[in-house]
Design a protein around this ligand. Structure first.
Ligand SMILES: [Zn+2]
Length: 230
């Protein structure tokens, strides 16, 4: 794992409050953390990762140079996610929100972002009409969801069917970060393919496609093994 722009952390134990803005040291057993706590971490000079909270919820990524967000976590964690985001950006400055897919644990509370345009893949937009798609359809119909093209806000869009029909990954070439949604996790695990809009037969092709990217960082939708994942 290569991460730039991090401040070194001290060895050993420290108070929970000191975790904000710092990478959790590997020696720290994450099972001991109170996982209702939301924390932010610096992935690169341009990317902030916000994770944790009441589960199920997803990681939220801020691309600072583009005023863009990837996924929004879940609605139940909105207040805390916003608190973390405000350390780095004003909400009214968020121009773009990209959803890796439309499961409710990734789409949070989009109504908070008054000036943002929202994006998901065509296949994912179509799936909103599928019963049991695990989306907060009511809220998503209140925002103007735009169809993703080949790139968005400087990120390459990679169609990644498997977990859902319209899942996408995003490639940030300058940082060599691959945002993988619920397709691939850092442990090497892959997302569930037994959900109503999953396409299990497509997952292998998707993973082979991802393997071609020379990423130095995978930025998934979920990071801890005991998180509940949709
Ligand atoms: Zn999902």
């Amino acid at each position: 794992m290569v991460i730039s722009g991090l401040q070194p952390f001290s060895k050993g134990w420290f108070h929970w409050n000191q975790l904000n803005g710092y990478l959790m040291p590997k020696v720290l057993n994450t099972d001991l953390l109170n996982m209702t706590m939301i924390i932010s971490r610096i992935l690169s000079n341009d990317v902030i990762k916000i994770s944790g909270g009441i589960q199920p919820s997803s990681n939220v990524y801020l691309i600072k140079s583009r005023n863009a967000l990837i996924d929004l976590g879940s609605k139940q964690n909105s207040k805390e996610i916003i608190r973390e985001l405000k350390k780095y950006v004003s909400l009214e400055n968020i121009d773009v929100v990209v959803f890796t897919h439309l499961h409710a644990d990734h789409t949070g509370n989009p109504l908070i972002f008054n000036n943002a345009k929202f994006y998901a893949s065509k296949e994912e937009l179509d799936s909103l009409n599928t019963p049991l798609n695990f989306a907060d359809t009511g809220t998503l119909k209140k925002i103007n969801l735009n169809e993703l093209k080949k790139s968005i806000t400087g990120l390459k869009v990679i169609k990644s069917p498997g977990h859902t029909a319209g899942s996408i990954c995003l490639w940030k070439e300058d940082d060599k970060i691959l945002f993988t949604g619920d397709t691939l996790f850092r442990t090497g695990a892959i997302g569930r393919t037994d959900l109503p809009t999953s396409m299990p037969k497509k997952m292998k092709g998707t993973l082979l496609k991802l393997a071609k990217f020379d990423y130095i960082e995978i930025a998934p939708g979920h990071n801890l093994e005991h998180e509940r994942i949709l």
